[in-house]
Design a protein around this ligand. Structure first.
Ligand code: OXD
Ligand code: MN
Length: 598
């Protein structure tokens, strides 16, 4: 498919190590993908679902010990240890290559090596980047063909240049103790072995588009962020775009595909989805910030997705979708997951491949009793999304008016606040945090700092990463987007959520955009600018079937200084752990916060 000598010699080298029986280049054609689908069904790797109800859809189950990203086995292998920073696992590159070479050697024997040329971003556009993934898994090929732009046109766009990310994946024997997801940012290389779960093996996603890309972004003056991108259309037809970072499992896909409440729809408001997980952001020719979604599909969490929480995502999964680790309803050969509806199938196979008894479901032990694994997924093509932005394929991306950071905080963070300026906004993002829920760990309320929601995804030193954010702000000057923080997860003393969330988050988005346009005033507080209660529209709003009142909003917008003082101490510990590469400007921001709270 190519004469590119860099590509060919790298593949030869990898072939000599993994020793496949044959090599197949993925050309991106439907005919080839169809053959692979048929082969995967023949071997049992995938199950074809009901063609009438779910046309073109398949079910796949991973090994039971291989169902999520493995942060403790994910490494950034820079030559100098300090360049990886304190929140990444580090291994010396030479040592890592040697260690993994042993695991890879002969691991493709009896198998086919699939060569997947893929583009992150519109093929051939200025801001796109190319990767080649070698894999022994048809499941990986078919997922990559949904999540990225794959095929011959990509290799043609590469021409004879050496600018591609080299990704090697081997399922090997899927052993947990030998599972490694390793990144060599200085070599443009990713090595993943002993896993077949999406987040570890779809190398275009977290590995390239966040870890390697964040490293490249710093070098080249742009940013790779764990952010959704959405456009809010106003009744006059104007569309304003925001990008928003939330830690994993905080509802990014739901926010990205939000459907405004009826009263807003009737007035002509609409939300358009550009991306649900990753944004590549750079300064455009007019000096403003522009964002693209480098992906071509959604790898969304299935449980909890339903007609109320995210009808657009549900619609997106109705054709040409690959479901992973969800339940299999044998009565009609469809899929089911917890939270889809109130009709658990009576004749079903669970995510482990065992007969499932819906009467034994126990919320406190989801992993063992649920039909679908809590981290089960759908891989769906962006083009099937009913609210996909017409700008999705725009090579320039969309201009960003506001940046939003969000965490899961029961008490501390108010519903929404605005940072005083860019540097303060970088401070707010740098200390982003979520509290663990009982369901996740057993320990309630443990704060995990997740800077810019990038904790598991920064491909270099976190202190340098913050420095890069500050520098971008300096370059943007007065064209910088405004930065906000939201918290949809504030609770009362009984642990009930105070804010209805989902479509009603539109009300908060509108305040944010009104602030960006200088159309609404705000009150300055210790932590930043907060809305006046009158300025968040609560017309027709209900929470849990009860009318939502201004008093409730008052509570959601209150700042408990004692809790914030505690938080400031926690931030100090976090900043201290980062060491001397933490920019002085952020220490100053922390001092300002502390003074304000005195
Ligand atoms: C994801 C994640 O899968 O953030 O998007 O874990
Ligand atoms: Mn994510």
């Amino acid at each position: 498919m190519t004469n590119n000598k860099y590509v060919l010699s790298w593949i030869d080298e990898m072939k000599a190590m993994v020793q496949p029986d044959k090599v197949v280049w993925i050309d991106g054609s439907e005919a080839q993908l169809d053959e692979l689908r048929a082969e995967a069904c023949k071997t049992g790797e995938m199950i074809k679902l009901n063609e009438e109800k779910l046309p073109g859809c398949y079910l796949h189950r991973t090994a039971v010990n291989d169902v999520a990203r493995v942060e403790d086995r994910t490494f950034i292998c820079t030559r100098k240890k300090e360049d990886a920073g304190n929140i990444n696992n580090w291994m010396d590159p030479a040592e890592c290559y040697a260690k993994l070479t042993k695991l890879y050697t002969g691991s493709y024997k009896g198998k086919t090596m699939y060569v997947i040329p893929y583009s992150m971003g519109v093929v051939g556009s200025d801001f796109a980047k190319i990767g080649i993934e070698l894999t022994d898994s048809i499941y990986v090929v078919l997922n990559m063909a949904i999540m990225t732009r794959v095929g011959k046109n990509v290799i043609d766009a590469l021409g004879d240049k050496p600018d591609f990310v080299k990704g090697l994946h081997a399922t090997a024997d899927c052993s947990q103790e030998n599972r490694y997801i390793c990144h060599f940012p200085e070599d443009n290389t990713i090595w993943s072995v002993n896993s077949a779960y999406g987040g570890n093996v779809l190398l275009g996603k977290k590995c390239f588009a966040l870890r390697i890309a964040s490293y490249l972004g710093r070098k080249e003056g742009w940013m790779a962020e764990h952010m959704l991108i959405l456009g809010v259309e106003f009744p006059n037809g104007d569309i304003k775009y925001v990008s928003a970072a939330f830690p994993s499992a905080c509802g990014k896909t739901n926010l990205a595909m939000l459907i405004p409440p009826e009263i807003y729809r009737n007035k002509g408001y609409k939300v358009w989805t550009v991306g649900d997980d990753i944004a590549w952001i750079r300064i455009g020719e007019d000096g403003r910030l522009y964002a693209i979604n480098p992906e071509n599909g959604f790898f969304g969490v299935a449980p909890g997705t339903n007609e109320h929480s995210n009808p657009n995502a549900l619609a997106t999964t109705k054709k040409d979708c690959i479901f992973t680790n969800v339940g299999h309803n044998l009565d009609d050969n469809t899929v089911w997951w917890e939270g889809l509806d109130n009709n658990p199938p009576k004749n079903a196979i669970n995510w482990k491949g065992e007969k499932w008894d819906y009467t034994k479901y126990n919320k406190a032990d989801k992993v063992n009793t649920s039909c679908a694994h809590p981290n089960s997924r759908f891989t769906a093509s962006a083009k099937n999304c009913p609210c996909l932005s017409p700008m999705f394929n725009s090579p320039e991306g969309v201009p960003v008016t506001a940046i939003i950071f969000g965490g899961r905080r029961a008490k501390t963070a108010p519903l929404v606040y605005q940072s005083r300026d860019w540097a303060h906004g970088v401070f707010v993002g740098s200390v982003l945090a979520s509290e663990t829920t009982a369901a996740a760990t057993g320990a309630v309320g443990v704060v995990r700092r997740d800077p810019m929601a990038m904790r598991p995804f920064i491909g270099y030193h976190v202190g340098d990463y913050f420095g890069h954010w500050l520098e971008m702000g300096e370059k943007l000057g007065d064209k910088a987007p405004k930065i906000f923080h939201v918290n949809w997860f504030r609770t009362d003393d009984e642990g009930n959520f105070l804010w209805p969330g989902f479509g009603d988050n539109m009300r908060v988005l509108l305040w944010i955009l009104a602030r960006c346009e200088g159309k609404v005033s705000a009150r300055e507080t210790e932590i930043g600018y907060l809305p006046y209660v009158k300025d968040i529209d609560i017309e027709g709003l209900e929470n849990d079937g009860k009318e939502f009142t201004h008093m409730m909003l008052d509570e959601l917008l209150s700042v408990d200084k004692a809790l914030w003082r505690e938080d400031a101490e926690n931030i100090e510990g976090f900043y201290t752990s980062i060491g001397e590469r933490l920019p002085a400007k952020l220490w100053e921001e922390l001092e300002t916060l502390k003074k304000n709270l005195e």
